[in-house]
Design a binder for this molecule. Structure first.
Ligand code: CXF
Ligand code: ZN
Length: 377
């Protein structure tokens, strides 16, 4: 019986910016009111883990337990938790969903007001549940910190799932792939017969392609600096490709506008570069074109859009956290679509490693060799 007591287990700790993670023993406190302690089964890597591992400028928080794409089993619950019980399979998700506030009950938003999303180094109450063996406090990451055998997560960040989905597929749904699929499905609401342009064919962009394919888009243009991405993209529904390094004299948006006879119905920026958002916006169809911003740029990055263009072209620009998905209601739908063999998650998993090799998973993603690498705890 471990409930109510601290658990000693292994975690991969980010001690210094840009350095490999170090597997150490840590102490994981019991869950407080409204929280659960979860035994992590699988975690996968998302580029945001690496972005925050590399972050040198203050405020960079070290030592820290990173990781935010995972699935696990509830080990124990804190006071007031009724939604899940010990033994339930759950997915921790960085985007809170209290299911009760005006935003969570509205179909129009996925941004909870009770527990606002922020890139915080703490639990929602401003404290940590982790210490190292010397008693030093360890920082959390995105309310999840899944690079540990056990973690504590607030119920606003927990979605209970049907365990029929294998863990090495379920973990993908906690961030990147869901964000891409959701952006096409929920944020843009792509209709059958649409034309779509996707800037950046990493897991997010390929998730958008997968979502656009499921929505019945007929032309799905992939844009990437790496020409080999066309072959990869084809497996996810990409029908056309632009190598952004060989546009010659032309602007990327001119090429997309020509390919689509006036602009794509939907454009998705999946890289995280402000200049590419401008290019995506310029590539969408006047009158009804919609550009969805998914990429994570540096804090403080600014967009430059001509006000004439915005007024005269009547296009929409939309930011999309977690693809506009509402974790507690939409993730179970994606799981059903996976079980029905509509949503193809298998093709995103290019590598699987054991926890001891978590730094290999980081290298594979940094080197662009993997889409998703699953880490088994
Ligand atoms: C991102 C979302 C935007 C802020 C940084 C983290 N989430 C997951 O990768
Ligand atoms: Zn992520």
């Amino acid at each position: 019986i471990t409930a109510g007591k601290p658990i000693r287990c292994r975690a991969a700790i980010a001690r210094k910016a840009g350095e490999p993670l170090v597997i150490e023993e840590v102490m994981v406190a019991p869950p407080e009111t409204g929280e659960v302690r979860i035994k992590i089964i699988c975690t996968s890597l998302c580029y945001s883990d690496i972005t925050f591992l590399k972050l040198k400028d203050p405020p960079a928080f070290f030592p820290r337990i990173l990781g935010h794409e995972s699935v696990g089993v509830v080990e124990s619950v804190g006071d007031g938790v009724t939604e899940v019980a010990e033994g339930d399979t759950v997915i921790p998700i960085f985007l809170p969903d209290c299911a009760q506030c005006g935003d969570c009950t509205s179909k129009k938003s996925n941004l909870c007001s009770t527990f606002p999303f922020k890139v915080s180094p703490w639990m929602h109450d401003g404290s940590s549940r982790f210490t190292d063996i010397k008693g030093e406090t360890l920082y959390h990451f995105l309310f999840v910190s899944s690079f540990a055998e056990y973690t504590v997560v607030h119920m606003a960040n927990v979605t209970k799932i049907d365990p029929v989905i294998p863990p090495n597929r379920a973990c993908l749904l906690s961030c990147g792939v869901s964000t891409g699929v959701g952006a096409a499905w929920r944020s843009a609401n792509v209709e059958a017969g649409s034309t779509v342009a996707i800037f950046g064919l990493g897991s997010i962009g390929l998730g958008v392609a997968e979502g656009a394919r499921l929505c019945g888009a007929t032309k799905i243009i992939g844009i990437d600096v790496n020409p080999e991405k066309f072959e990869v993209g084809k497996r996810f529904g990409v029908t056309d490709f632009v190598d952004s390094r060989s546009c010659g004299e032309k602007r990327l948006s001119e090429i997309i506008t020509e390919m689509t006879g006036g602009g794509a119905d939907y454009c998705f920026e999946c890289v995280g570069k402000a200049s590419l958002v401008e290019e995506a916006y310029a590539s969408c169809r006047k009158g009804w074109g919609k550009t969805v911003v998914l990429g994570v740029d540096k804090p403080g990055a600014q967009l430059t859009l001509s006000s004439f263009e915005v007024l005269h072209r009547g296009k929409a620009l939309l930011g999309s956290l977690f693809g506009g998905l509402k974790p507690k209601s939409d993730i179970p739908i994606l799981i059903k679509r996976y079980i029905n063999k509509e949503l193809e998650l298998d093709k995103f998993v290019t590598h699987e490693v054991s926890f001891e090799d978590i730094n290999k998973a980081i290298d594979l993603l940094v080197e662009g060799k993997s889409l998703r690498c699953v880490v088994w705890m």
